[in-house]
Design a protein around this ligand. Structure first.
Ligand SMILES: [Fe+2]
Length: 245
């Protein structure tokens, strides 16, 4: 299963970086013993700002159509991406400082960054655009914009849902092309592949199996309907910021 593949990938990352982390923690421990390290409040604050933090989505528990078991598993998966993004950034920065940008280790970690970072950020967009009550504001700017790109809101919704039922697992993303202002529904097969350049994510739906199988089995269309009943349209409309047209 895809989920298993993701977890396997995370394990690989831990393994690849184990030597690096042991090395770093060893240096840190020695410095403490010799009294040569002085972590000031300012540097600790700087470190905190450079580190991505898990966002708390417990507000979604109890959401109609989503069991707490499914959501809690999904939160744990998301937190793994945040952890791995931070570890990757740390390892890459260390290699940069050591002048090792020409190494195979640097290349492989750099390739992996798109997977971990997007795994983190796409889940944040997804959870953030859930938990709403009530449908889209029919007189709002988003409905107007979708109608301009698709002919009508209904046509957009049909296309978005249709994209979500494509065989395979991935993401469905309503993107706004920030140069033209137009809206396009994209199928994203893997976190790090196939995103449009200059695209602003407006609405994101996770259609990896872990997002629905615990509750819906193979009935993905039922999950998509539940997803639509819970879209936080207020949050989605806030994302219409970049294009000034
Ligand atoms: Fe997911």
């Amino acid at each position: 299963m895809k989920w298993a593949k993701e977890r396997e990938g995370n394990k690989e990352l831990f393994s690849l970086n184990r030597r690096r982390f042991l090395s770093l923690s060893g240096i840190f421990g020695l410095a403490l013993i010799s009294g040569k390290i002085d972590i000031s409040m300012a540097s600790a604050e700087k470190e905190r700002k450079m580190t991505y933090q898990n966002k708390d989505y417990n507000r979604l528990l109890g959401m109609e159509g989503f069991s707490d078991t499914l959501l809690k598993n999904h939160f744990t998966l998301y937190q793994g991406y945040v952890t791995n993004t931070n570890k990757l950034m740390d390892a890459l920065n260390q290699l940069l400082k050591e002048g090792k940008t020409g190494t195979a280790e640097y290349a492989e970690l750099k390739r992996r960054l798109g997977w971990e970072f997007n795994g983190m950020r796409l889940h944040e967009y997804y959870f953030d655009n859930l938990g709403g009550k009530g449908g889209i504001h029919k007189g709002g700017k988003l409905v107007q914009k979708l109608a301009e790109s698709f002919g009508s809101y209904e046509a957009w919704e049909k296309d978005f849902k249709g994209t979500g039922t494509i065989r395979g697992v991935g993401w469905v993303v309503l993107y706004q092309d920030i140069l033209s202002g137009k809206f396009i529904n994209f199928w994203i097969n893997e976190h790090d592949v196939g995103h449009p350049a200059g695209g602003m994510p407006i609405l994101i739906m996770d259609v990896f199996e872990h997002a629905f199988m615990i509750d819906y089995g193979l009935k993905r269309a039922d999950y998509i309907e539940a997803f639509f009943r819970n879209i936080n349209w207020t949050e989605v409309e806030k994302r219409l910021l970049l294009h000034k047209g």
